[in-house]
Design a protein around this ligand. Structure first.
Ligand code: PMP
Length: 397
């Protein structure tokens, strides 16, 4: 049966983790995967999460099955966070939300539902994009192409190119957009550029699918969610996959969601019934713990305040490390202007380093980033920053 099964290539990012784990050098640094570490180099367990877990422990609940679409208190908290607590679409019952296995799970539920709804559609992702976008939509049965996004020469978004790509797409094309903190480039659209994208999406009858895996890492919850609000305000049907992996440091709990904004409550009820079939036939229903923690935090005013504070601390620390990287590279003798690193948002810096330079960083210095030049600045800290600066300066020389 398995004689002809081929060995699949390693996941480009998780494969790097395996290589890193096998590296014996004590000063090795993993800037590969998108995970936030604190200044001690440790994965944080947020205080608001610990407090929520304590509350949950005080009244231990039996572990029955959750409803197919997840914990109701969680789904409503997601809606409030993503669309705003007093938003008309939520109040009018026009949003169908299902709890999902992380942001990835939300994307996959949306992809499977869309494949049934629009079997002939194609999917456009940004060039470049998170590696898994292409694989996930391809595996859901869609042809996947790209829209212009990154402008390497100008270090930013080629918005004219992006709009041209979108204008050229046939009606009914699904467009995957990073709501904030674009992975891998760290370059987001300005509010005015979002307006232009929303206008083209509407004119051309495209289907927006927003991926929001880093809400709160750019500027704040409301600011980072603003792009979602623009699509909703334009009266469009929109898909939004969200994740708490990073913003709650709950990577392994797999807490995310898919929300679909519809034209009426009746539509939303019917869409929800279809999303539930996708869930039911894939894994039946979602797990309890992570959703209970997130719902407790978001629905308890003092924990919610504490969460935003802790999220703010993560965001501030990342920005400080970006600045230290720029300063450290200069001090290490790098001539070229590296200040673009502080203009990028979120966990990543698209460094502009070549594949050869990234391989040298790995082999000679034990500094692991992806071959595309992406580095996770959220994994830099006071102890490893000097080594990373020296290493980058050496390969740039
Ligand atoms: N979308 C993007 C752009 C991401 O970077 C990630 C996480 N790396 C995800 C989705 C998925 O996150 P999760 O771990 O919650 O599935």
């Amino acid at each position: 049966l398995f004689a002809h099964v081929e060995m699949a290539p390693r996941d480009p990012i998780l494969g790097l983790n395996e290589q890193f784990a096998a590296d014996p050098r004590p000063n090795k640094v993993n800037l590969g995967v998108g995970v936030y570490y604190d200044d001690e180099g440790k994965l944080p367990l947020l205080r608001c999460v610990q407090a929520a877990e304590q509350r949950l422990m005080e009244k231990p609940a039996p572990r029955g099955y959750l409803p197919i679409d997840g914990l109701a208190a969680y789904d409503s908290a997601v809606k409030a966070l993503v669309f705003g607590a007093d938003s008309a679409v939520v109040r009018d019952g026009r949003v169908a939300t299902v709890q999902a296995l992380g942001g990835t799970g939300g994307l996959k539920i949306g992809a499977d539902f869309l494949k049934k709804l629009l079997p002939q559609a194609k999917v456009l992702i940004s060039d470049p994009s998170w590696e898994n976008h292409r694989a996930l939509f391809t595996n859901a049965g869609f042809p996947v192409e790209t829209y212009t996004y990154y402008d390497a020469a100008r270090r930013g978004v080629d918005v004219d190119g992006m709009l041209a790509s979108l204008r050229a797409a046939p009606a009914g094309t699904i467009v995957v957009l990073h709501a904030c903190c674009h992975n891998p480039t760290g370059y987001d659209l300005t509010p005015a550029q979002w307006d232009a994208v929303v206008a083209v999406v509407r004119e051309r009858g495209l289907i927006p699918f927003l991926d929001m895996a880093y809400q709160g890492f750019g500027f704040g919850i409301a600011e980072d969610g603003a792009a979602v609000g623009k699509f909703v305000a334009a009266g469009l049907d929109v898909f939004v996959a969200t994740s708490f992996s990073k913003s709650f440091s709950l990577y392994g709990e797999r807490v995310g969601a898919l929300s679909v904004v519809c034209a009426s409550k009746d539509e939303a009820d019917r869409v929800l019934s279809q999303l539930k079939i996708v869930v039911r036939t894939n894994y039946s229903n979602p797990p309890t713990h992570g959703a209970a923690v997130v719902a407790t935090v978001l629905n308890t005013p003092e924990l919610r305040t504490q969460w935003e504070q802790e999220l703010g601390e993560m965001r501030t620390r990342i920005k400080a490390m970006r600045q230290r990287l720029v300063d450290g590279l200069k001090a290490a003798g790098v001539q070229q202007d590296m200040s673009f690193i502080t203009q990028q948002l979120g966990m990543f810096s698209y460094s502009g380093l070549s594949k050869d330079q990234m391989v040298r960083l790995r082999t000679e210095f034990g500094v692991y980033g992806t071959d595309t030049g992406r580095m996770c600045v959220a994994a830099l800290n006071s102890r490893n920053i000097d080594h990373v600066c020296q290493a980058i300066a050496a390969v740039l020389r």
